[in-house]
Design a protein around this ligand. Structure first.
Ligand code: IFM
Length: 975
């Protein structure tokens, strides 16, 4: 029997009256289905008010998995997990001695009051955390079959009325008042007609426990079926199964198979028919699994990006937005049948090729998601990307019927992809499989194969495909390697692989939560960016993170400072192994960077502005501009700050992760070799000051320049950290070298004017034509295109945050109090012609105590790709912008910073937000910080030091610690 055209991943159901007609019934029909569902990977939870010997004694299921079976018993106070060995208690809510005493008092008061009406009431059961009081004498109504419920209710109501209690609801109210008087404000009072029960838990606790367990494994409530027989009220008392309909279950599908004499609440489907119909529902779910139907997506508006309809001009943009990646392989969200407006692509991180002798670019791999789909003009089309679990659903409806596809790129098993499709037989056909093949790149390459099964039944076709990709930047993977193990993959099957994928995403998000309460649009956009960041970076080996990740070929997949400065911090703070893999990419290319420095007659290592496979500079030297003219690209020659940026990333990773071994080992080499570069790169003038001539800062409108403040101060910071590390590790460099690092750091000019508090962006900047960008166009604007490159070169108009990047990255290295003067000077001069810029300025405005002024810039950054604000999203997603947004939220609005004495927190919320909550990993522990306008709540997996609002460090552990704002300080309100 079909109640919904949906395949559920979990089923929560009531026992008595739903699964079995009564406690004496043979439960074999349910038992066999529960075991089969478990084998098919479906989780099942039985909810009942009674105890384990009753339910397990009757059900006797011994499932072998992989789906889990839970018995949620004793009215929400116990959960047992059942496997082949039988039930094991996994959770119990016991009353404290104080609660026990209150329950006793509540029961005594209730009995006394009922007796005062003349009704006989006695305590019949006292279990765990509840008291059960008889309304009518035993054994007359002991355990009546559900079929006699109406009869029972009439008899009880009549009896209650004869004692001046109008109905059952009034008896329940009387008990609730008694509980309140006894000090139990949150008592759960229920009735099954013959008893009144006062407890600390009810079925809502069962539902909450199960939904929470499922959520942690990536199964949202929209994938859950909740079945019962008593959702409707009875004699003025809420139906017992309605307690399962907690707010967290809002998207679950609820169905009643009961009689429901007073009807069902809104949102519950009433099918009646009792246990026989319930068993038919289970059969329907089993058959959907058997037929390999397309799985469902939990369409939570806080977690899903839905794209409705089809706009050919936007298709390439949408393909970028809907990219699925597993850290190693990325697949653009092109429709399975491709089409003219489409730019399908599969790439592997770090696998570059330049067969025609041009610059290396990510090597396009063969596609795994092609299907033959021939639909007449669809009447409805939508694609839904679930950010929480990394799955993409497509639904197209046409006169021929509806077509669905569903795919994922396994985060749990990178390189494994899954696709299912279903639709009218005449519209859907699987293309031939990708025969195992291997394609060579400049170095190494990619091997791939797919395995498809399809079938047609009742003129509907279903297709299931598994794909396997291998990539190796050093050695070409062979066809044999890709086929090897594929048998095991297919035996494991689509459903298990999908379950592991969902669980992997859920666990990633557990360390990287972002909630922006009061601003759902910003919250969704921030999660969208974070989803793509987490999907774009491998977490073992090395991770070459191109400017557009794995979502497009813009910038040919080259690695810029975008990786170290914009992307790495979010991973260092949420998934440190991925940040470490990004650093490994640079570590392995240190010899190439040393060779580059040596080729210029310099010491140490100079990292290239654009990097690909071998670590040499692959920056193009020219390109066509908007008018088709060939123009020079000077960045490769001049944007040397990348060298210090790599050192900063190594240091920053260690600050978040506490990985001190890294800084004593490969991290120290990165920092020392980059410092050595600066020692040989500087020019000393006659006064002994050190200069860096002929460079380009982040602002690419002015090049070449001398003494770019950003480059000089980053180099200074780089030299000082190299000296600090060498000293910390017992003079790991010669004493004279350490002294020279310090001396040069102190000698480097930085353009700071203490009278104004401003840094001059480069020598001579203050003498340029003073212009304010808003006089020409509202940012973001490509000012070089608008005004011409010559005009902007002679003006104080800058492309992106430059001096301000210092305040952002190394706040302890800049002059104290210089943030505001530089923000107010450079802010109006910044065109935000690079998508990297607005989020950084937003974060700094928040840090400077102007969170409301920061919001428009943050919103700009949040919409860069979602609204294709730069017109370049078709070429791939702007990962650096996503990273900047995360940093604006974490470092700016929440004021997080991984300092040596602990995690500092300094929240600055805009008026529109009621709370900002983020989870990070600091020093190996998960730390959650929730900021409200006047309160901050922090907890951590194990004690970590935190410093709130400039106060001294306090240890915070698993018990949430709350602070309240008192004038300008924060006062701890929980012990
Ligand atoms: O690295 C950036 C640079 O800062 C501005 N132009 C685009 C590059 C790649 O995103």
């Amino acid at each position: 029997m079909t109640v919904a055209d949906r395949t559920f991943e979990a089923i929560i159901f009531d026992w008595d009256g739903t699964a079995v007609p009564d406690r004496a019934a043979d439960a074999e029909p349910v038992r066999s289905r529960v075991e089969a569902l478990s084998q098919a990977g479906v989780d099942v939870a039985v909810v009942s008010g009674t105890h384990v010997s009753n339910i397990d004694g009757q059900l006797r299921a011994r499932p072998a998995g992989p789906g889990r079976l839970y018995l949620c018993l004793n009215r929400g106070s116990e959960v047992f997990a059942v496997d082949e060995q039988g039930p094991q208690l996994v959770w119990r809510r016991t009353a404290t001695p104080e609660e026990d005493a209150r329950l006793d008092r509540a029961a005594a008061l209730t009995i006394a009051r009922l007796a005062a009406t003349g009704l006989m009431a006695v305590l019949v059961s006292q279990r765990l955390n509840r008291r059960k009081i008889d309304l009518i004498p035993e054994p007359e109504w002991a355990d009546p079959p559900k079929a006699r419920l109406a009869e029972l209710l009439d008899a009880v109501t009549e009896r209650l009325r004869s004692h001046n209690i109008p109905n059952l609801g009034a008896a329940v109210e009387l008990a609730r008042d008694a509980a309140r008087e006894a000090g139990l404000d949150d008592a759960r009072v229920t009735s099954d007609a013959k008893h009144v029960e006062i407890g600390l838990t009810d079925k809502s606790d069962s539902a909450r426990w199960v939904l929470d367990d499922l959520w942690r494994r990536g199964i949202g409530p929209g994938l859950v079926l909740i079945a019962g027989d008593e959702f409707g009220s009875m004699g003025g008392v809420t139906g017992s199964d309605a307690w399962m309909l907690i707010p967290e279950a809002s998207r679950s599908f609820a169905v009643s198979v009961g009689q429901e004499p007073e009807g069902v609440p809104p949102g519950v489907l009433h099918v009646s028919g009792g246990p026989a119909v319930f068993v038919a529902l289970l059969d329907d779910q089993l058959s959907r699994r058997e037929c390999k139907r397309v799985p469902a997506v939990d369409e939570d508006p806080a977690w899903t990006l839905a794209i409705d309809g089809e706009v050919p001009e936007l298709e390439r943009v949408h393909e970028s937005l809907l990219t699925l990646a597993d850290g190693n392989f990325g697949t653009r969200g092109s429709r399975e049948e491709d089409g003219e407006a489409s730019d399908p692509l599969v790439v592997a991180q770090g696998i570059y090729s330049n067969p025609t002798g041009g610059l290396p670019a990510l090597l396009p791999a063969p596609s795994w998601s092609d299907l033959t789909i021939e639909m007449a003009q669809p009447v409805k089309q939508r694609r839904v990307l679930d950010l929480r679990t990394g799955v993409l659903l497509r639904e197209s409806a046409s006169a021929a019927g509806s077509l669905r596809t569903f795919r994922f790129s396994s985060l749990a098993n990178p390189g494994v992809m899954g696709l299912r499709a279903e639709g009218p037989a005449e519209t859907l056909d699987a293309k031939p499989d990708l025969a195992p093949l291997s394609i060579a790149a400049n170095s190494g390459g990619i091997a791939a194969a797919t395995w498809t099964t399809s079938r047609t039944l009742d003129s509907r076709s279903t297709v299931e495909r598994l794909a396997r990709y291998l990539a190796n930047p050093h050695q070409l993977p062979t066809v044999e390697e890709v086929v090897h193990g594929s048998q095991g993959l297919r035996e494991r099957g689509f459903d298990r692989i999908l379950a592991a994928h969902r669980a992997a995403w859920a666990s990633r998000w557990a360390d990287a939560q972002i909630s922006i309460e009061g601003d759902p649009e910003a919250q969704l956009a921030a999660r969208f960016g974070l989803f793509h960041l987490m999907a774009s970076v491998a977490d073992i080996g090395e991770a070459a993170v191109g400017a557009r990740g794995l979502s497009g070929l813009a910038y040919l997949g080259h690695v810029f400072w975008d990786a170290e400065v914009f992307v790495l911090p979010v991973l260092a703070a949420t998934h440190p192994t991925a940040a470490r893999a990004m650093l490994e990419y640079r570590i392995r290319r240190l010899p190439a960077a040393q060779a580059a420095a040596a080729a210029s007659g310099l010491c140490g290592a100079r990292f290239p502005w654009e990097s690909a496979g071998d670590g040499t500079d692959v920056t193009p030297r020219s390109a066509r501009n908007h008018d088709g003219l060939l123009v020079a690209i000077p960045t490769g020659e001049y944007e040397e700050h990348i060298t210090a940026d790599v050192a900063w990333a190594a240091w920053h990773y260690a600050q978040w992760s506490g990985d001190s071994q890294f800084l004593s080992g490969p991290g120290r080499s990165l920092i020392a070799e980059t410092a050595r570069y600066w020692t040989s790169r500087v020019r000393h003038d006659s006064s002994g000051s050190a200069h860096l001539d002929g460079v380009e800062g982040p602002d690419e409108y002015h090049v070449p320049v001398d003494d770019n403040a950003f480059t000089n101060v980053m180099a200074r910071w780089n030299l000082r950290r190299a000296a600090e590390l060498a000293m910390r590790d017992g003079q790991a460099a010669p004493g004279e070298e350490i002294a020279s690092w310090r001396k040069i750091a102190d000698a480097l000019v930085d353009g700071y004017d203490p009278t104004t508090g401003r840094y001059e962006q480069f020598a001579g900047f203050f003498k340029l034509e003073p212009l304010v960008i808003a006089d020409f166009a509202p940012p973001p604007v490509a000012a070089d295109v608008l005004l011409g490159p010559g005009r902007v070169a002679g003006a104080q108009i800058i492309k992106q945050a430059d001096v301000l990047m210092l305040h952002h990255l190394i706040p302890d290295e800049v002059a104290p109090g210089s943030l505001l003067p530089n923000l107010s000077f450079y802010g109006p001069r910044t065109a935000h012609g690079s998508s990297l810029s607005p989020a950084i300025q937003a974060g700094l405005l928040a840090r400077a105590g102007q969170p409301d002024d920061a919001l428009p810039l943050l919103r700009l950054a949040l919409r860069i790709d979602l609204d294709d604000l730069t017109g370049s999203t078709a070429g791939g997603l702007h990962l650096a912008t996503f990273g900047g947004v995360w940093q604006a939220l974490a470092y700016g609005f929440l004021g997080l910073w991984p300092a040596a004495n602990g995690l500092t927190i300094h929240p600055q919320l805009p008026g529109e937000w009621t709370a900002l909550e983020m989870t990070v990993r600091f020093a190996g522990q998960r730390v959650s910080v929730r900021a409200e306008p006047d309160a901050v709540t922090i907890c951590a997996g194990a004690p970590v030091p935190v410093c709130l609002g400039g106060g001294s460090a306090v240890e915070v552990g698993p018990a949430p610690v709350q602070f309240k704002r008192k004038a300008d300080a924060w006062e701890r309100v929980t012990p």
